[in-house]
Design a protein around this ligand. Structure first.
Ligand code: ADP
Ligand code: ZN
Ligand code: ZN
Length: 742
């Protein structure tokens, strides 16, 4: 038998996972050693035995064959969380195209020295009456952080310090006087944890309604029969998905298994976090991106040691080193934040599916607007589909949605950004002292051109995405490169009202101030939230009633609940419809549905006004009538016609370089090289075209798209292109090539 060698890392929590050592695999261990296996190896001059993990296997060694040592043994203590994560890293590398180091750095936490920090809780020492008095006093003096803390105490007399500081924005300086006055105390969590260790759960969940119960029953039945599957819960905001999640979690941890809950960072609010904490106590751990690498490592250590069974967090919580994983839950499954923007460009849903199947765990996805990917799999029977049809709270109803045609407004002489209907409703709410949210769903660089008379946007005849206006006054397609001069009249109706579309939130703020000089206005966008905690600060100011109107981008439609908001205005629903991206119809539908979900969460019915130049567009019409199925049918037909995912696999190859000439040549050569391979395997190649932002920081970027239903074929072509780029160092020394599957 040919000799085989294992590439081994010794210190997995060290920053340098790229430090690997080669060892020969003895024949007697040939069947046991694979990627991820824990092995014992003789190390260093004294050949002391060390533990290591196999991260790769090769039929040649990179070192002198004679000096290479042999793996001593595979210890019997079974598979650890690390082994599983390392095999997952291997899959990430193969699937998404990265180096093994990049993949390992994604799945293994970086160890950093943190001073061992005691876990602490803040305990309220006041009785109900005293607390209400303290709250009143704090309100009077306008101590905002204190008000937030006291309000939180009303629901939970014990709050983990971490949650108070991250989610309530409570600084040590704000806490100090509260403690000095004897209102509250800081205690070590050990004191608090003990009762929970004995199995007592702090509070029981609500009684599930029939639809919720049916989901829980099906899941538990499967779980009891050792069936692990993927489930998709489709339910509008407020339909009670979170209550269902908690029921499932309880079932799984009762079996001694562990649970990972992914929640988009923006929805990891104090309310959400405390709901889990209130039910599961300190068996829950929470991570977010504001934790330092050291603090995150700390949380992962607690998970590894079995101190917690439930890890809640954004995308990266997926790599929690649990070794008895029973369930992964992904809330708001459709969220863009689940896709990694750095190499390896993985999607959390796909990785969760992989990890769940490797570790015999179940996967539950939830959304009010499921991604086309997930819903398609559910319809095919790959996922089990559940639907929650109505809001869980009896007295809460869905908002009334009306669509206003801005073309008609213009025809009737209204050139303002506010339709007459929206303006009248705003006046009404301001008078009633109810709150208003104005929403601009503008994304990045939506430099498309559209007609204010007929509402048409100018699109690429080949790709059905909008053309982007460039400084040289040409319209360019960022998928195929097609380009035309900017017309001076609308090509559809000949109106001269044709222009670059795009009003910023700042301009909206100015115009709102002009129209309603008395109203208090807050604005939330990238400019106003860039400083740490800015986001949370603006939202709490608004929820505390410090302003009448909140203006913002899509950030404002997610997460937070504002009971006093009874009107949501979407100023130009079309903005997100015309980004040069095949997903824009889906994103528009999601954003509008979410925006509509913001109004009328409470007993008062809410109103939503959607202003648009395209009232008949299916994304807008379906969002207005809350018709997910109708939207899905339309959108899927479009994806099928254009061969976009999930109807087809799409591989995006991005080439980038400071040297524009080399970049152009490399892009053309890559396309030329891939051409015959693609033809043989019936792969469609599109491009090269310039990326939608062609130059960033003096680096130029070009894009090639490959479409084919079968992902394995795309992966095969990617591997060939990778080898080609290795061989052509003349071109690729200065050109970076990156892959992205979607
Ligand atoms: P979602 O996660 O789908 O947005 P939630 O689980 O947050 O929905 O439920 C919305 C609100 O309805 C919450 O206040 C929740 O406590 C309440 N709720 C959910 N299910 C029930 C139920 N069966 N009975 C009473 N209230 C419920
Ligand atoms: Zn027109
Ligand atoms: Zn095109």
């Amino acid at each position: 038998m040919a000799e085989r060698f294992a590439r081994i890392i010794i210190d997995i929590s060290h920053e340098k996972v790229d430090r690997t050592f080669d060892y020969r695999i003895p024949e007697r261990l040939a069947h046991e050693v694979t990627v991820g296996t824990l092995v014992l190896i003789p190390f260093g001059k004294g050949n002391s035995m060390r533990k290591g993990y196999v991260v790769g296997i090769a039929d040649h060694a990179e070192y002198d064959r004679d000096k290479i040592k042999e793996i001593a043994e595979v210890p019997a203590d079974g598979i650890s969380a690390e082994s599983l994560l390392i095999s997952l890293a291997w899959w990430l590398k193969e699937r998404y195209g990265s180096t093994m180091n990049q993949a390992l750095k994604t799945v293994l936490p970086v160890k950093q020295k943190v001073k061992p920090r005691e876990k602490r809780v803040i305990r309220c020492l006041l009785d109900k009456e005293g607390l209400l008095k303290a709250l009143e006093e704090a309100e009077k003096k306008n101590y905002k952080a204190r008000v937030r803390l006291f309000q939180a105490f009303l629901e939970n007399p014990v709050i983990p310090y971490e949650i108070a500081s991250n989610q309530l924005n409570l600084s040590p300086a704000a806490l100090k006087p509260v403690i000095e006055k004897g209102y509250a105390d800081l205690e070590s969590e050990e004191v608090y944890r003990n009762p929970i260790k004995s199995g007592k759960i702090t509070c029981k969940g609500v009684d599930l309604n029939a639809e919720q119960q049916a989901i829980a029953d099906s899941f538990c039945k499967d779980y009891g029969e050792n069936i692990r599957g993927t489930y998709l819960i489709h339910g509008i905001t407020g339909s009670g998905k979170t209550e269902v999640y908690m029921e499932l979690i309880q079932r799984v941890i009762e079996e001694g298994k562990q649970v990972i809950v992914l929640i988009p960072e923006i929805a990891l609010t104090y309310q959400t976090v405390m709901r889990f904490y209130g039910r599961f106590g300190s068996r829950v751990s929470i991570i977010n991106s504001r934790l330092s690498a050291g603090e995150r490592y700390d949380q992962f250590e607690r998970a590894r040691n079995g101190e917690v069974d439930i890890m809640i967090g954004p995308r990266s919580a997926l790599f929690t080193p649990f070794s008895h994983l029973g369930l992964i839950l992904i809330d708001e499954e459709h969220e863009g934040a689940y896709k990694s923007e750095t190499v390896p460009r993985y999607h959390a849903r796909e990785v969760a599916e992989k990890r769940a199947s490797m570790e015999h765990a179940s996967l539950v996805l939830g959304s009010a607007t499921p991604s086309l990917e997930a819903y398609t799999k559910a319809l095919r029977g790959e996922y089990r589909l559940f639907t929650l049809h109505s809001r869980a709270k009896k007295d809460s109803s869905l908002a009334n949605v009306s669509v206003v045609d801005l073309r008609q407004e213009l025809k009737e002489g209204n050139k303002s950004i506010f339709s007459r209907k929206l303006k009248a409703m705003m006046e009404d709410r301001l008078e009633k002292k109810e709150q208003i949210m104005l929403f601009m769903n503008r994304r990045g660089y939506a430099n498309f051109v559209s007609c204010r008379s007929c509402g048409e946007a100018i699109r690429c005849p080949h790709c059905d995405v909008t053309l982007t206006l460039h400084k040289n006054n040409r319209l360019v397609c960022h998928y195929c490169g097609h380009s035309v001069p900017m017309p001076d009249k609308c090509p559809f109706c000949s109106s001269p009202y044709i222009a670059n579309f795009g009003t910023g939130t700042q301009k909206v703020e100015q115009m709102t101030k002009k129209l309603f000089p008395e109203a208090g206005i807050l604005r939330m966008d990238l400019d106003t939230t860039s400083k740490k905690g800015g986001h949370e600060e603006i939202l709490s100011a608004f929820s505390e009633g410090e302003a009448d109107i909140l203006i913002g981008t899509q950030m404002i439609v997610k997460g937070h609940d504002f009971p006093n908001v009874t009107l949501v205005g979407v100023l130009a629903a079309d903005l997100s419809l015309y980004t040069p991206d095949y997903r824009c119809g889906e994103r528009t539908f999601q954003l509008l549905t979410q925006a509509a979900g913001r109004a009328g969460r409470d007993f008062r019915p809410g109103d939503v006004v959607i202003q648009t130049y395209n009232p008949d567009h299916y994304s807008i019409a379906a969002a207005a009538s809350q018709d997910y199925e109708g939207f899905y049918r339309h959108e899927m037909a479009y994806r099928k016609l254009m061969k976009y995912p999930p109807a087809s696999g799409l591989l995006t190859i991005q080439l980038s370089s400071r040297n524009e000439r080399l970049l152009t040549e490399a892009a053309l050569e890559t396309a030329r090289f891939a051409g015959p391979l693609a033809e043989k395997d019936m792969v469609q190649i599109i491009g090269p075209a310039e990326a939608s932002v062609y130059k960033i920081n003096d680096i130029y970027r070009k894009i090639l798209y490959l479409k084919q239903e079968n992902y394995d074929i795309l992966i095969k072509i990617r591997d060939s292109i990778d080898r080609f780029s290795e061989e052509r160092r003349d071109l690729f020394d200065q050109v970076l090539i990156q892959y992205d599957f979607s």
